[in-house]
Structures are given as structure tokens and as C-alpha cells.
Design a protein around this ligand. Structure first.
Ligand SMILES: [Zn+2]
Length: 345
């Protein structure tokens, strides 16, 4: 699996980034793959070579937008003992804190502030199991509720999310009233960071619990997320983005630890009674079954239904994912994985 970590580099690469842009523009115009043709620009050939290949070969790229410095594996030295990444061509050395068990660094991209380190990390073969935890992901209340039918245990995680959302919504409102739009953007970014940290913690807890109890994880297919995505307002976009991010984090952390993951159809998971299967009444976060009298937290009831639910055929899921990507499949896969802060995982 490929993961990308970002680290602040603390250097001024404005000149190099400018040159990289010139190389990209040259490549678009002349479609050349030879670094000799752009030697006059003065960028290190190991870097210009990457940009030439990207902009001369990819017919979809019509305009130069944002050009990063890309350094291939051959241009990177790693000292695992010192936890140091070195890029000799840029005389750059950066300390890293992410886990040392990566097998190789594929490439590094550099923008004005960060280096993005793409590493290959070994996956574990998923274990064989008949035990499944159901995870209900939500955009209101707790972000995740887990149910384990084996033990009857229910866990509600990420309650803070709602509080964070409310708090930042109010701050944004105030700033907008005062016309401080640049600050609004800053606040949005901060909220994103906080929510991402929370998602890391929640996904870590879920996958760890599954690993510990030798269970697999069942989640709903992403249909509800796509529904939320179609709404335009910021609240919805951030909610659905965070929801999608959490699911992706659970997926890749499970892969790293050999925890199997299956998906169930979201139809009826919140309406059906997890005891008797009848259609029940839902009022806010309260679920009541008119048939057997079962009363439960609505998300916990849903999580049990998910745990019991029949899995969806893998090929259907793959087709679904492919539908959602607008880019080449390979790039899309790499990009859907969240960028990690070094202290996470
Ligand atoms: Zn019932």
C-alpha cells in the first residue's frame, strides 16, 4: 500500500518552483522528453526529467497549473537509523517521525511549504474470521458507533465532532459578518485539521478493537456519502468529506493490520429492528420496535444490523469506486488515501 506523509521543510524553494513551472510550460509546448532541451532553465536534471515526463506524455494536461518539484526514488537517500531523508540535488535533509517499517520511498513532491513523502508500506494478509463488528458512521452525534454481536458491546466514538462543528460554524459566521474572509479560510483549514486528528483517533480505536478481538469490520457502502456530496452548502461538504475520510482511514489501517473489511447495503440498516427484523420507528437518536418492543440508541441498532448484514459482492464495490474517479485509476488510488501527519498512525 502507498501512503503519503507530509513534513514541513522550512526552506525557500521559490526559485526552484519557478524553474519547475518554466520546464512544465516548455514541455507542454514542445512535447520533449530530453532534459538537454531545458538545460538553459537551470533546474536539476533529475527533477526536470520528472516534470518533462508528466507534461509531455499526459495528453490530458492542457495547462500548467500547480507545479511541484518531484524527486524520484533514485534521487532520495534514507538513513533509517537517524530517521533522515536526504535529497542531494537540493541539498535538503529532513527528519521524519513516521513509522520506519516502509519498504521504500517511491518519490517525494515538494511545494512551497511541505515535502510529500510517498512510501510503500507492507500490508498484512487479512485473517480468517466469523466474527464481525458493525460500524455505523454518522454525520450527526457520534461520528462512529460500533457494535459487536459476539460480546454485545457497543461503543460510541467521536462525540467531539459535533461540538467542533458548532463551535467553528459560529466563529465563521462572526468572521463573515465582519468581512474577514481570509480569516474564514484559515479557520476552515484549522477545523479540517482538528477533524482529521479526531478521525485518526476514532479509526485507530476501531481497527485496534477489531484486531484485539480477532474480528472483521463491516461498514455500509458509501451511498449516503454521495447523497450528502450533492448538497452544496459548506456544512454538508465538510461533513461528507469528513465522513468519507473516516471510512478511508478505517480501510487503510485495517489493511495494515490484517483486519478484514466487508461492506453491506445501507438499505434498511437504520429502519430495521436488529432483534426481530421488523421495521421500527426512529425519533432522533431513539429507535423503537413496534413488534418486539426493543428500544435502543438508533445508531447502535444500525450498527448491529450492519454487523449481521450480508456482504456486498466485491466487484460491485470496485465498479462503484471506479465510477467516482475522474482521474486515471492509478493516480486516483494514491490520492484517495489521506495525507498523514507524521505523529499519526
Ligand atoms: Zn423488534
Amino acid at each position: 500500500m502507498i501512503l503519503t506523509y507530509k513534513i514541513k521543510h522550512g526552506r525557500d524553494f521559490i526559485e526552484e518552483l519557478k524553474k519547475a513551472r518554466q520546464v512544465a510550460e516548455f514541455a507542454l509546448e514542445h512535447k520533449t522528453l530530453s532534459t538537454k532541451d531545458v538545460k538553459h532553465i537551470g533546474l536539476k536534471s533529475i527533477i526536470s526529467n520528472q516534470i518533462l515526463r508528466k507534461y509531455s506524455r499526459n495528453k490530458k494536461l492542457k495547462r500548467v497549473q500547480h507545479v511541484n518539484l518531484t524527486i524520484p526514488n533514485q534521487g532520495i537517500r534514507v538513513d533509517k537509523e537517524q530517521r533522515l531523508i536526504k535529497i542531494p540535488s537540493l541539498k535538503l535533509a529532513v527528519h521524519y517521525q513516521f513509522p520506519n517499517h516502509f519498504t521504500k520511498i517511491n518519490q517525494i513532491e515538494i511545494n512551497g511549504e511541505y515535502i510529500f513523502v510517498s512510501v510503500t508500506v507492507p500490508e498484512q494478509e487479512p485473517i480468517e474470521t466469523s466474527k464481525w463488528m458493525g460500524i455505523d458512521l454518522n454525520t450527526t452525534g457520534h461520528v462512529a458507533v460500533t457494535a459487536n454481536p459476539e460480546t454485545g458491546k457497543v461503543e460510541k466514538l467521536g462525540k467531539k465532532a459535533e461540538h467542533i462543528r458548532k463551535k467553528y460554524k459560529n466563529i465563521r459566521k462572526e468572521l463573515q459578518k465582519e468581512g474577514k474572509y481570509r480569516k474564514v479560510k484559515k479557520i476552515k483549514d484549522r477545523e479540517k485539521r482538528i477533524v482529521r486528528d479526531l478521525n485518526h483517533k476514532v479509526s485507530y480505536e476501531i481497527v485496534n478493537e477489531a484486531k484485539r478481538s480477532k474480528s472483521g469490520i463491516k461498514m455500509e457502502m458509501l451511498k449516503r456519502v454521495r447523497m450528502a456530496k450533492s448538497r452544496k452548502s459548506f456544512r454538508y461538504s465538510l461533513n461528507s468529506w469528513s465522513f468519507y475520510q473516516l471510512q478511508k482511514m478505517i480501510e487503510y489501517k485495517a489493511k495494515l493490520l490484517g483486519v478484514p473489511i466487508e461492506y453491506v447495503d445501507p438499505a434498511y440498516t437504520s429502519k430495521r429492528c436488529s432483534r426481530c427484523g421488523a421495521i421500527g420507528n426512529r425519533n432522533g437518536k431513539l429507535f423503537k420496535c413496534p413488534e418486539c418492543g426493543h428500544v435502543d440508541h438508533a445508531d447502535a441498532n444500525a450498527a448491529f444490523n450492519i454487523a449481521f448484514g450480508p456482504r456486498i459482492d466485491r466487484s460491485v464495490i470496485d465498479r462503484d469506486i471506479a465510477e467516482g474517479s475522474t482521474d486515471t485509476p492509478k493516480e486516483a488510488t494514491a490520492r484517495t488515501l489521506p495525507t498523514l501527519e507524521p505523529h499519526m498512525l
